[in-house]
Design a protein around this ligand. Structure first.
Ligand code: NAD
Length: 453
C-alpha cells in the first residue's frame, strides 16, 4: 500500500468495535478519506492457526487511505451520552497503561454475541464453546488429552468409555456442523493413530426439540439424520439438558425421566445471547432498547435511542438470522453509508462557501439539490443467498432460493459447492489461498495433529 494520509483533528472520528464478519466487511469497503478511524478488536495479529480464518485487523486496515489506529483490547463500557468508549488490554502481558477511554463521533458497534447457557448449572465451568477462534484450539487440545488419558497404562474400562464419549449439546447448524467435523477428525483421521481405541469412540448430539436443524426442509433434515446414522453419531432429540457435572450430563428425556450421559468432552452450542457490554449499553439507553434478543436498530442500522451509533451483526435483534451472510452484507452497506455522509458534509461546506462568496441563485440551488440527494440514503436490504451446512464425511446440505422456488440439495456435490461458497465468502485473495492450502494439506496429510505440530 502507498503512503497513508495522517490523522486529521478536524475530521470526525469513527470508532469500530469487533473483528467478526460485520466489521471486517465494513473496513474492507470503507473509504476513510473523510474520517479518522480507530479500531478496537480483541485480536489484531492472528495466531498461526487462526490466520487463515480471520483477517488480522492490522493487515485489513493497511489499504485505507488515511492512517488507522488499531488497538488490541476489550471494550467494557460505551457511554452513549458522553460519546466515549472504555477498553482494557486483556492480554497476558500488560504495560503501565492497561485501560483507557476514547471519544467517538460515530461508533460502529459489531461486537457479536456470547454463548447462551440459559443459566444451566455447570455449563460455564465444564463445557467447551464454539465462538472465538481460540475455542477451536482448546477443544483440539482437550480431545487429544481425552484420548491419551484413555490410552494410559491400566486405565479402567468404564473410564475409557467415558473419556471417549464426545457430546455436543444443541442441534442447530453450529452443533450439527461440529458433530460432523468431530466425526471426520475422530473416526477418519485419528483412527490411524489409535487403532485400538477408534471403535470405542462415541459421538452424541443432544437436542431439546423433536428435530435438528428446524430451519431446513424435512427432506434435508432426513438426509442429515441418515448421514449421522451411517457415521454412528447418536442423535438424542426431545432431550433437554438440565445440569452439567464434571464428568456427566443430566438430561430429561421425552418421558420426563432423568438420563445420565458421561462425557470426556462436552461442546455446548445452544445459540447466542447478548454480551455484558451490550446489556450495559441497553440499560444506559433505557426505554428505546427493550428487546431481550439484542440491540434494536432502524432500517439504516442506527441504534435506537442513541446518536451516532450504528450496530450490526449478531449483537442486534432484527428479522434476519444471526449469520455471517447478514453481517457481511450489513458491513458493506454501512461502508457505503459513510461514503454518502462524507459526500454530504463536503457538499454542505461547498454550499456555505458559495453562499459566503455571494454565488448565483442557480448555483446555490443546484448545490442544495445535491445535498438533498446525498442525504437520501436508502435503507439496508438483505439479499438471501441460501443456507448451507456441512454434515460430515464430505457431505453438505443446501437450501438455495433459485428461480423463485427453493432448490434443496444434499450430498458430495453440495459439499464441493459448500467449500467454494465458503472460500469465496472469505474475502481476500490472501485468505482464499491460505484456506485453500490448509484444505489441501488436510486432504493430503490428514488433519493436523496438535501435539505433533
Ligand atoms: P440455534 O439457536 O440455531 O440452535 C440451538 C439449539 O439448541 C436449538 O435447536 C435448541 O432447541 C437447542 N437447545 C437449547 N437448550 C438446550 C438444552 N438445554 N438441551 C438440549 N438442547 C437445547 O444456535 P446455533 O446452531 O448456534 O445457530 C445460531 C445462528 O447461527 C442461527 O441463526 C444459525 O442459522 C446460524 N449459523 C448458521 C450456520 C450455517 O449456515 N452453516 C452455521 C452456524 C450457525
Amino acid at each position: 500500500p502507498g503512503e497513508q494520509l495522517p490523522h486529521d483533528p478536524k475530521l470526525p472520528t469513527v470508532v469500530v468495535l469487533g473483528n467478526g464478519w460485520g466489521s471486517t466487511a465494513f473496513l474492507k469497503d470503507l473509504d476513510n478519506q473523510g474520517y479518522n478511524v480507530v479500531v478496537i478488536s480483541p485480536l489484531t495479529v492472528g495466531t498461526l492457526a487462526s490466520r487463515s480464518i480471520l483477517e488480522p485487523t492490522r493487515f485489513l486496515t493497511r489499504h485505507l487511505k488515511r492512517k488507522t489506529e488499531v488497538y488490541e483490547g476489550e471494550v467494557y463500557e460505551v457511554d452513549p451520552v458522553k460519546k466515549t468508549v472504555r477498553f482494557v488490554d486483556n492480554s497476558e502481558i500488560k504495560g503501565e497503561v492497561a485501560g483507557t477511554e476514547i471519544p467517538y463521533d460515530y461508533l460502529v458497534y459489531a461486537v457479536g454475541a456470547e454463548n447462551q447457557t440459559f443459566g444451566i448449572k455447570g455449563v460455564k465451568e465444564n463445557a467447551c464453546f464454539l465462538k472465538e477462534v481460540w475455542d477451536a484450539e482448546k477443544i483440539r487440545t482437550r480431545i487429544m488429552d481425552c484420548i491419551e488419558t484413555a490410552n494410559f497404562a491400566g486405565q479402567t474400562q468404564a473410564e475409557i468409555d467415558r473419556l471417549l464419549s464426545f457430546v455436543v449439546v444443541g442441534g442447530g447448524p453450529t452443533g450439527v456442523e461440529y458433530a460432523g467435523e468431530l466425526h471426520d477428525f475422530l473416526k477418519e483421521d485419528l483412527a490411524n493413530w489409535y487403532p485400538d481405541l477408534a471403535d470405542r469412540i462415541n459421538i452424541t448430539l443432544i437436542e431439546a426439540l423433536p428435530n435438528v436443524l428446524p430451519m431446513f426442509s424435512k427432506q434435508l433434515i432426513d438426509y442429515t439424520m441418515s448421514t449421522f446414522k451411517e457415521n454412528k453419531i447418536d442423535i438424542k432429540t426431545k432431550t433437554m439438558v438440565k445440569e452439567v457435572q464434571e464428568k456427566k450430563i443430566l438430561a430429561m428425556n421425552e418421558n420426563k425421566e432423568v438420563v445420565e450421559y458421561p462425557y470426556g468432552l462436552l461442546v455446548w452450542a445452544t445459540g447466542n445471547t447478548a454480551r455484558p457490554v451490550t446489556r450495559d449499553l441497553m440499560s444506559r439507553i433505557g426505554d428505546a432498547q427493550n428487546s431481550r434478543r439484542g440491540l434494536l436498530v432502524d432500517e439504516h442500522m442506527r441504534l435506537l435511542g442513541a446518536d451516532g451509533i450504528f450496530a450490526l451483526g449478531d449483537c442486534t435483534a432484527t428479522n434476519y438470522a444471526p449469520t455471517a451472510q447478514v453481517a457481511s452484507q450489513q458491513g458493506i452497506y454501512l461502508a457505503r453509508v459513510f461514503s454518502k455522509l462524507h459526500k454530504k458534509e463536503q457538499l454542505l461546506t461547498e454550499l456555505e462557501q458559495a453562499k459566503a462568496a455571494g454565488a448565483e441563485p442557480a448555483k446555490l440551488d443546484s448545490l442544495a439539490n445535491a445535498v438533498i440527494r446525498a442525504s437520501n440514503i436508502p435503507p439496508f436490504h438483505y439479499s438471501h443467498q441460501g443456507s448451507l451446512a456441512y454434515i460430515g464425511s464430505e457431505k453438505a446440505i443446501a437450501d438455495l432460493p433459485v428461480f423463485q422456488g427453493n432448490l434443496a440439495a444434499a450430498g458430495f456435490a453440495t459439499y464441493y459447492f459448500w467449500r467454494s461458497a465458503y472460500i469465496s465468502q472469505l474475502f481476500s485473495l490472501r485468505n482464499r489461498v491460505l484456506v485453500g492450502a490448509d484444505w489441501l494439506k488436510t486432504k493430503v496429510l490428514g488433519r493436523a495433529m496438535p501435539r505433533t505440530l
